[in-house]
Write a protein that binds this ligand. Structure first.
Ligand code: ADP
Ligand code: MG
Length: 342
């Protein structure tokens, strides 16, 4: 009998593709399995390459996003993967499948968003592809960046005793999406208390400067961007590093807007753990380098510690632990669809 994708899951499938692929480790020191691939251009410099798709009805709903924001986000999520390797984004390609429902003005608006994001991060659009789509807007963006070979920060370098940090705040994007879909705080609502969360969902800001500083200073032992939710992305980092983690619930940075939002169905922590799409950087720092990290004044919060024991645990304010299981987004599992109609 053939196996269902829902049994294998998104990450099981990627693992199969990786095992079946034939990588030349000399030319591509990092291939499938990190935020971006690292391809050697010379002994000292590497090209970073990453691609992410956004599909209407799966990743976004044109009833809850405007096209400018969608363009910004399509670029931003790719730059975030370059940032997560400690790289500097340089070039970008965009490929579109355009449904009959979109107008020339719509595509113009989409590219105004793409361009605004790329300009902010000094990245140049150099190519792509344009096709028609029978149904639904399909967006594929590829970002290319550069990094000094010896400074690449992978997902696999975390060691027991390293401290875990995250930039910014977590959960805002997931909560923002729920607000965008709600009657009280929906797309057209101008309520100031909903604005920041919705904005964080619609126009994430990739942490390029932070990723770069962390890489160049050699402080981060491992790094990943939070695209699927803290529980899942910390899970990826731990799995690749062959370690576990203890996360202190009270330390997880939650914005005051998330803490005080009234219209949400779940407690703030749930959005931080499994909401996803925050595009913050999650990274680890060996204990001996923490002083130097503090002196760098990067806006990041210490949330826990890497353990030898390969499980992930969440520690509450009384010191009680419980398992932290990956509950973030998986395209084939849980039947959950981000940004979609449901
Ligand atoms: P991210 O969330 O950082 O974009 P993903 O979870 O999408 O990363 O992908 C994990 C890794 O698997 C990445 O290295 C990505 O390039 C690789 N990958 C995902 N899908 C495929 C595929 N169909 N073929 C080859 N590599 C893939
Ligand atoms: Mg990533």
């Amino acid at each position: 009998m053939s196996m269902k994708l829902s049994d294998l899951g998104e990450f099981g499938l990627i693992d199969r593709i990786r095992k079946a692929s034939d990588r030349n480790a000399k030319r591509a020191p990092i291939g499938i399995g990190d935020d971006a691939a690292a391809l050697l251009l010379s002994p000292s410099s590497a090209l970073l390459a990453t691609t992410d798709m956004l599909i209407e009805g799966v990743h976004f709903d044109l009833r809850t996003t405007d096209l400018y924001s969608l363009g910004w986000k399509a670029a931003a999520v790719n730059l975030s993967d370059i940032a997560a390797m400690g790289g500097l984004p340089r070039f970008c390609l965009t490929a579109l499948g355009i449904p009959p429902s979109l107008t020339v003005e719509d595509i113009g608006e989409f590219y105004r968003g793409v361009t605004a994001c790329l300009k902010k991060f000094e990245t140049v659009l150099v190519g792509g592809d344009t096709c028609s789509s029978k149904k639904g807007f399909v967006i594929s963006v590829t970002a290319l960046g550069e990094v000094v070979r010896q400074r690449i920060v992978t997902r696999s370098g975390a060691r027991p005793g390293d401290r875990i940090y995250v930039t910014g705040t977590l959960g805002d994007s997931g909560a923002g999406l729920e607000l965008l879909r709600s009657a009280e705080c929906g797309v057209r609502s101008k309520k100031p208390e909903c604005r920041k969360l919705k904005e964080k969902h619609l126009k994430p800001f990739p942490r390029v400067a932070e990723g770069r500083k962390l890489a160049l200073s050699g402080l981060a032992s491992a790094m990943i961007d939070v695209s699927d939710g803290l529980s899942s992305d910390l899970g990826h980092l731990c799995a690749q590093s062959r370690v576990g983690a203890e996360v202190l619930v009270e330390q997880i940075p939650l914005s005051k807007e998330l803490r005080s939002a009234k219209a949400l169905k779940q407690p703030p922590l749930a959005y931080a753990l499994s909401g996803g799409e925050d595009y913050e950087l999650l990274f680890t720092v060996p204990p001996g380098k923490i002083k130097k990290l503090k002196a760098m004044r990067i806006a990041a919060t210490e949330i826990g510690i890497i353990t030898r024991d390969r499980s992930m645990r969440l520690i509450d304010e009384h010191g009680q632990g419980r398992p932290l299981t990956a509950t973030g987004y998986d395209h084939f599992r849980y039947g959950r669809r981000r940004g979609s109609v449901r």
